[in-house]
Design a protein around this ligand. Structure first.
Ligand SMILES: COc1cc(-c2[o+]c3cc(O)cc([O-])c3cc2O[C@@H]2O[C@H](CO)[C@H](O)[C@H](O)[C@H]2O)cc(OC)c1O
Ligand SMILES: O=c1ccn([C@@H]2O[C@H](COP(=O)(O)OP(=O)(O)O)[C@@H](O)[C@H]2O)c(=O)[nH]1
Length: 478
């Protein structure tokens, strides 16, 4: 009999596609050749995303692993969406017939389908084909718990969360200020919110949910989910915390080190604060001026990845024009202490460098996991998506971070003195907050590495996932 295959259906963003693919590769390795991978590739909606995805696929195809990429026919992207969650969810839904045809045409048995968490509409296709369906959740368990809880919370909180009095209570977490909730949860009338509630409800129909976290990072949240405390006592699908899943293969040593790395080579250990804001973060000139003054006044060394506003019609930040964005004379005054990098930077390589002692991050979940993997304490400066909620979990729950005041009502503005204080708190050797964050980050580094080693919690969760997929495959083949 042909090797049973696990069908992956990722969305295109690197944090989604590469994360799911890396988790899939771990499953493949764990199966010892008993499974293969089939990746159904949706043609991404923008040219930029298309070329990024093609680049990833070429690299993977060259790896020689048992992974087949099947390109789905292109669909016409919806044009009347108000935001990302609605767009991505509807775009994925439009692929239902193509996904059904592609899975039906496979000549090998299908052991399971793994859907991105924006793709729960396709659970119907899996049911129709009678194949086990798993969801891959690229964000953290706290965000998953919130989404599971959201359908009930929607009924309980009659006001908009933004206007509600008091705190939001989520099992397993400290009380949450409504202003720390993810962007799509802020406006109940927005279709993005409706899609979040929809996915939260539909997660319950999955055969299992794979989360890119480690149990030690979010112990009480994972316990609350498993006990049904987020779902009114109804047992939710089994959760498999298999992380940190990090695409470290993309950051293997190269012949010629990157300019940022060469600059770091000349800096003392743990002396540099990195500032980097994910795939979509950028600064206006007003914000860049505040950031520059804050960094200069902090007195600390810095590596600042500064991107400019996206070119019209795209979502990709532009390469920064430093003379336009920065205060006059800033680069000259700080040339002994700082590097401003105007393009995408090799974040993982930078975090791995011994000279980096702290990270001001937009708080995307992949960036947080990368920082923990290298034991770097953080200051979360959230910008979009679920990052305000990540910032809350990082500071109030997990602990390897120092807080900063971000004005969410002013486009997440941070003024110079606030940044100066936060950088000092993170980097000063005599700062109590910094010491605590550093200790926690060091502890979590060890815990993350242990989790994925043989016998660790994530290694075992992957083993359970493999066993459950194998059993499900046997059931459907009978
Ligand atoms: C989790 O809640 C939200 C996620 C997103 C979101 O949307 C998105 C759409 C794309 O077309 C490509 C993407 O790469 C992408 C990424 C994304 O969120 C990020 O996902 C990461 C995991 O892969 C990680 O969790 C980061 O923290 C996220 O920022 C958007 C959104 O609202 C705008 C969400 O509420
Ligand atoms: O200049 C940059 C900005 C981002 N990244 C990488 O892009 C990913 C960002 O994912 P995350 O979930 O943190 O945030 P998102 O971009 O999805 O908001 C991480 O792997 C980062 O290492 C990078 O390598 N260089």
């Amino acid at each position: 009999m042909a090797t049973p295959t696990v069908v992956l259906l990722p969305i295109w963003g690197a944090g989604h596609l590469m994360s799911m693919l890396d988790a899939g590769k771990r499953l493949l390795a764990r199966s010892g050749g008993a499974l293969s991978l089939t990746v159904l590739v949706m043609q991404p909606p923008t040219e930029n995303d298309r070329s990024e995805v093609i680049g990833h696929i070429r690299r993977e195809e060259a790896s020689g692993l048992d992974i087949r990429f099947h390109h789905l026919p292109a669909v016409e992207p919806p044009t009347d969406c108000v935001g990302v969650e609605e767009f991505v969810s509807r775009f994925v839904e439009l692929h239902a017939d193509h996904v059904k045809a592609a899975i039906s045409a496979l000549t090998c048995p299908v052991a399971a389908v793994v859907l991105d968490f924006f793709g729960t509409t396709l659970l119907d296709v899996c049911r129709e084909l009678d194949v086990p369906a798993y969801v891959y959740f690229t964000a953290n368990a706290a965000s998953y718990a919130l989404m599971l809880r959201l359908p009930a919370l929607h009924e309980e909180v009659t006001a908009d969360f933004e206007d509600m009095e008091g705190m939001v209570y989520l099992p397993g977490l400290p009380p949450v200020r409504p202003s720390s909730l993810p962007l799509p949860v802020m406006d109940k009338k927005n279709p993005n919110y409706t899609w979040f509630v929809y996915h939260g409800r539909r997660f319950m129909e999955a055969d299992g949910v794979i989360i890119n976290t480690a149990s030690v990072l979010e112990q009480s949240v994972l316990a609350a989910i498993a006990d049904g405390r987020c779902t009114h006592g109804v047992p939710p699908p089994t959760v498999y915390p298999v992380g940190p899943v990090l695409s470290l293969s993309m950051s293997l040593p190269v012949e010629q080190p990157h300019e940022c790395v060469r600059w770091l080579d000349a800096q003392p250990p743990a002396s540099v604060v990195l500032l980097c804001f994910g795939s979509a973060g950028f600064s206006t000139a007003t914000q860049a001026h505040e950031t520059a003054h804050g960094l200069e006044r902090s007195g600390h060394r810095f590596l600042w990845v500064l991107r400019g506003p996206p070119v019209a019609g795209t979502q990709e930040p532009s390469d920064a024009n430093l003379r336009e964005l920065l205060p006059e004379g800033f680069l000259e005054r700080t040339k002994e202490k700082g590097l401003v990098w105007p393009r995408k930077a090799p974040q993982k390589e930078i975090l791995a460098h011994a000279a980096v002692g702290g990270f001001v991050t937009h708080g995307g979940w992949n960036s947080i996991l990368e920082s923990l993997w290298y034991g770097v304490p953080m200051v979360p400066w959230p910008l979009y998506a679920e990052q305000h909620f990540n910032a809350f979990t990082l500071v109030a729950y997990m602990g390897p971070a120092v807080a900063i005041e971000v004005d969410r009502k002013r486009n997440n503005f941070v003024d110079a003195s606030e940044l100066e204080q936060a950088v000092k708190a993170l980097m000063d050797s005599d700062s109590d907050d910094g010491r605590k964050a550093r200790e926690k980050a060091t502890e979590m580094k060890a815990a993350c590495r242990k989790a994925v080693e043989e016998g660790g919690s994530s290694y075992s969760a992957l083993g359970r996932l493999y066993e459950d997929i194998r059993k499900g495959a046997l059931r459907t083949s009978q």
